[in-house]
Design a protein around this ligand. Sequence first.
Ligand code: KIV
Ligand code: ZN
Length: 513
Amino acid sequence: MKDHLVIFDTTLRDGEQSPGASMTKEEKLRVARQLERMRVDVIEAGFAAASPGDFDAIKAIAEVVKESAVCSLARANENDIRRAGEAVRPAARSRIHTFIATSPIHMEKKLRMSPDQVVEVAIKAVRWAREYTDDVEFSAEDAVRSDIDFLCRIFDEVIKAGAKTINVPDTVGYSIPSVWGERMKTLIERVSGADKVIWSTHCHNDLGMAVANSLSAVLAGARQVECTINGLGERAGNASLEEVVMAVRTRGDLFPVQTRIDATQIVPASKLIAQITGYAVQPNKAIVGANAFAHESGIHQDGVLKHRETYEIMRAEDVGWAQNKLVLGKHSGRNAFKSRLSELGIVLDTEEALNATFARFKDLADKKHEIFDEDLQALVSDETLAPAGEHYKLVYSRVCSETGETPKADVTLTVGGVEKTASAVGGGPVDATFKAIESIVASGSELMLYSVNAITTGTDAQGEVTVRLSKGGRIVNGNGADTDIVIASARSYLNALNKLHSSLEKVNPQADV
Ligand code: KIV
Ligand code: ZN
């Protein structure tokens, strides 16, 4: 019998700390439903004290998710913990994850607290959290650079105070597999009450070793891995869920653990996250990259045709690649459309939203004969990204682009409900369109990234555009999709501008206590 390995997904919390990756409540709900369908054990839905928007999103997720535990992060202070407790209260299974830094550099320079004070605060935090739920997780931030004796001391104390999961983070991505496994082993051997808790690891990828370090911790006794879809996360990201899950499964001969993940949901989850956050997946990324199962060399192709296992250690369909099937076409009716959305876990709140999305689906089906799941996801994203009442809305756009002539764009927008029109010339049709938009909006933002991806194959595919804007230290991503990439670009630019216009400031959990 293998041990159960708890998969703790933090895409909605640590993943959301990637620059510009912040998601709306609706987007978070879609991701949470997909994570539940994938059967992750714990969804870290956010950091409730970060902003009212984060609180609402966690609460909404706690209300709908039934099969996974729903967790909120909380710094080790009473306000954070009470906010987290309230946000996860509706969940069928709720968890509070509280943390405090334990390394000398963090305690001295960031917290300005003595080790004794840190222990005292950690104990109080766990006790407050236990007022809301039995399922309390404690993390020692920057455990990688913490003194091992101090870690043993604080873990002893928080276990006595009622923590049920002890998380050991490599916050700065500094460790290497042998050292990280050894640290986990030492802690499990030395902490009293170690056998009463689940040991967890949370590794960042600054040296590209987050997955390797997490797996080494599992070999040393960790039974929870904290990870994210596509390895999204602060700086270089977190351990990637798909790599951890498939490593444990493919090398079942080496790992004494199994997960309960439905791996066929991995690729759909990866695509959803890429689409919502605008963080494209590199083609050669393990498991979820477009080339992960493509064989280029003739020798490899020949081998795979003769016997698949000559060059493949996993089957593409086992991780969900075969799911990219033709689903709907021009003649599909409203019911077929609605039922495919519900199979994808997409629930549109109102009849109005359903009607508007269906109308856009019909438009798309006129331009593009084959509509795939990814097209539907993009349609829904666009509908929820640009709901009625959005501050900036695209009404009309026209571009003139001819050989030997300077491209020119005419754009009409509504700004707070008032129609405004402008024209501009630019280096290309997209540049001209953005300049026309800017001459209306005068946002003062800086364009940091512009990228286009084809959502499916073929020249009639929808182009999905991501725009990253920065203004006054804030960074936002905007997305838009259309078979016309200039329109997709205009939509994504406006989506980013709307985020800059409306979003409330958020507190980063690791900023301070
Ligand atoms: O990286 C880290 O230390 C964290 C903690 C909050 C667990 O994200
Ligand atoms: Zn982290």
